[in-house]
Design a protein around this ligand. Structure first.
Ligand SMILES: C[S@@+](CC[C@H](N)C(=O)[O-])C[C@H]1O[C@@H](n2cnc3c(N)ncnc32)[C@H](O)[C@@H]1O
Length: 271
């Protein structure tokens, strides 16, 4: 028999998401209601009711808020195809085509060369990178202009599998960890650099104070964190994250600005 959770996560786009994370969102939505009992009593009938459709919409909206909203609508169905094309024939065009799918990589796709050159001028070329909330950023590997091992963490388990297919083909030593960073309690892998591009805002909305906890747990020489400076749709300018600056203040060694994004290079080395 289908469970309420399975019925609510039936959409294809929700199936690749870290399951405990999706379940946590659902539990919050149905807390203090009789939805679970009503569903279990007569699942088939309940699924036809308006209330069920309403909850389903809410679950989707909340998951999209942290995950799906970042995909450019017209391309999201082309993920598998574009990764396959990249694997078969990696060149500027197939890399750029893939980076277009995700809003974050799309916005910086023409600036990667410049960005990584400036970042590594400060940190040195890394031999290992951990990319937390990585999205599609690992697909910009070629722009690193060095060959580090690459460790990816995200909620999007299905996307991580696409990254593995790419890295395996390229023979890049890598790991993928499908996890919810707000509840992650294992040690982070030791690397030269950690990338946390456009991820802390979203983690803070789920759990206030989590950024500090994560930074304290990282085992790396440098953290490079970025924040969008304009809202999705680029209508509003988002102010600098004072809460973040207070947290890392004296450890910032440089700041790099792109059109819609600000990067902070932060040293984590203990004196
Ligand atoms: C704005 S996107 C940025 C993606 C990538 N870092 C980039 O800038 O190209 C945020 C990413 O963080 C991931 N994410 C959001 N909340 C998360 C959580 N609690 N645990 C793990 N990953 C999360 C999303 O799935 C998404 O891939």
């Amino acid at each position: 028999m289908v469970t309420l959770i399975e019925a609510l996560l039936e959409k294809r786009e929700l199936q690749g998401i870290h399951r405990p994370f999706a379940e946590r969102i659902i539990q919050k939505i149905i807390a203090n209601t009789t939805i679970e009992q009503d569903f279990t009593a007569e699942p088939e009938r309940y699924m036809k009711k308006k209330i069920f459709q309403k909850i389903k919409k809410e679950v989707r909206a909340q998951i999209r808020e942290v995950y799906g909203v970042f995909f450019e609508k017209k391309y999201s169905s082309k993920k598998d195809k574009y990764v396959q094309e990249l694997i078969v024939n990696e060149n500027e065009e197939t890399v750029q085509q893939l980076l277009q799918i995700h809003r974050s990589t799309n916005e910086r796709r023409e600036a990667y060369d410049y960005l990584y050159t400036l970042l590594f001028e400060k940190t040195g070329k890394p031999e290992s990178i951990l990319d937390i909330g990585c999205g599609f950023n690992p697909f910009a590997y070629t722009y690193l202009s060095c060959t580090p091992s690459y460790h990816c963490m995200d909620l999007a388990c299905a996307d991580l599998r696409l990254i593995t297919a790419y890295f395996t083909h390229k023979k890049v030593p890598h790991t993928i960890t499908c996890a919810d960073l707000t509840t992650y309690d294992k040690p982070f892998v030791k690397t030269d650099i950690v990338f946390a591009f456009k991820v802390f805002d979203s983690l803070e909305t789920i759990q206030k104070g989590i950024t500090k906890k994560i930074i304290q747990a990282l085992q790396a020489n440098y953290l490079i964190a970025s924040f969008p400076t304009k809202s999705i749709g680029k209508k509003k300018t988002i102010p600098r994250r004072e809460w973040f600056l207070r947290l890392v203040n004296e450890h910032i060694i440089d700041t790099i600005s792109l059109e819609n994004e600000e990067f902070y290079i932060i040293t984590l080395k203990k004196e």
